[in-house]
Design a binder for this molecule. Structure first.
Ligand code: 15L
Length: 273
């Protein structure tokens, strides 16, 4: 099986690359910057918005993990071109090549303006601690968040039109370790990121799942993730005492903690930060 991984040299791609290696699986690593391929890997240097290059990269591919694109806020034109058009180019190339399985890196910033507890009187998840349900309606916090809503919409369209199996991961804070007290709730460990991609690579249908570890303090549902076979093993709580000693207890009234998108909700729209 050959899996095309876009954005393979990025932060998430670099963490996932060794964890997605399997006997009998070839990872075709695509990025703007050149990559030195190891055993079981192939490298393609290409721009995601270059239709001919992406079509060529799709040859003999059975599945795609799309991590490429801008991962933070940028001016509208850049976000539209790279994230929205780039995702269209990727899905269209996948369709033409007959690829049936696509995993898209979405983001919680697609729903960033939702408050942490949308409606306390109406528990929206079977688990009390998960106050943000799966399939939360889009409420982006940035142009970046809008582009991730568009990725969800494009994934849904290609599923309904062409029967492609698509999972969009609403990724939290994917890093080697949680870097601040917010991430005690939003952290996605590299190991759990790989577990989520593996589950997504065999899921049928169209799904939007939260990309979050089994954090004690999480407030995002794991129900849909579990339904596709994602069983996270890590918990940011093991970093809680040192992070709280350094930064203090999280203040639930602070927008950083009160809104799903945290600081993305308050920083300059379309700025470079
Ligand atoms: C994201 O979606 C970004 O890609 C990443 O840079 C982080 O800022 C993350 O969200 C987060 O909010 O923790």
């Amino acid at each position: 099986m050959r899996v095309l991984v876009t954005g393979a040299a990025g932060i998430v791609g670099t963490m996932l690359r060794p964890r997605l290696a399997r006997p009998g699986r070839v990872l075709r690593l695509l990025d703007l910057v050149s990559i030195d391929p190891g055993p079981g890997e192939e490298a393609v240097t290409a721009d995601l918005t270059d239709e001919a290059a992406v079509r060529a990269a799709m040859e003999d591919v059975q599945a795609v993990v799309h991590l490429g694109g801008l991962s933070r806020e940028r001016p509208w034109a850049d976000t539209l071109h790279v994230n929205v058009h780039g995702t269209y180019v990727l899905l269209e190339a996948a369709r033409r090549a007959g690829v049936r399985q696509v995993v898209l890196a979405g983001s919680h910033h697609a729903v960033g303006f939702h408050p942490r507890t949308p409606d306390a009187a109406r528990p929206s998840d079977a688990e009390a601690e998960d106050s943000a349900p799966d399939y939360l309606f889009p409420r982006p916090d940035t142009f970046y968040g809008v582009s991730k809503v568009a990725a969800e919409a494009l994934g849904s369209l290609y599923h309904d039109r062409f029967g492609m199996n698509v999972v969009v991961m609403r990724l939290g804070s994917c890093a080697a370790r949680p870097v601040d007290t917010r991430a005690l709730s939003t952290w996605l460990s590299p190991g759990d990121g790989a577990r989520l991609v593996e589950a997504s690579l065999v899921a049928g249908g169209f799904h939007v799942v939260w990309g979050v570890s089994a954090n004690t303090r999480r407030w995002w549902s794991l129900e849909e993730g579990r339904a596709i076979g994602y069983h996270p093993e890590d918990d940011a709580e093991s970093y809680a005492s040192s992070l709280i000693a350094d930064h203090g207890e999280p203040d639930p009234a602070d927008p950083v903690h009160a809104l799903v998108g945290g600081v993305f909700c308050t920083r300059e729209l379309g700025g470079v930060w």
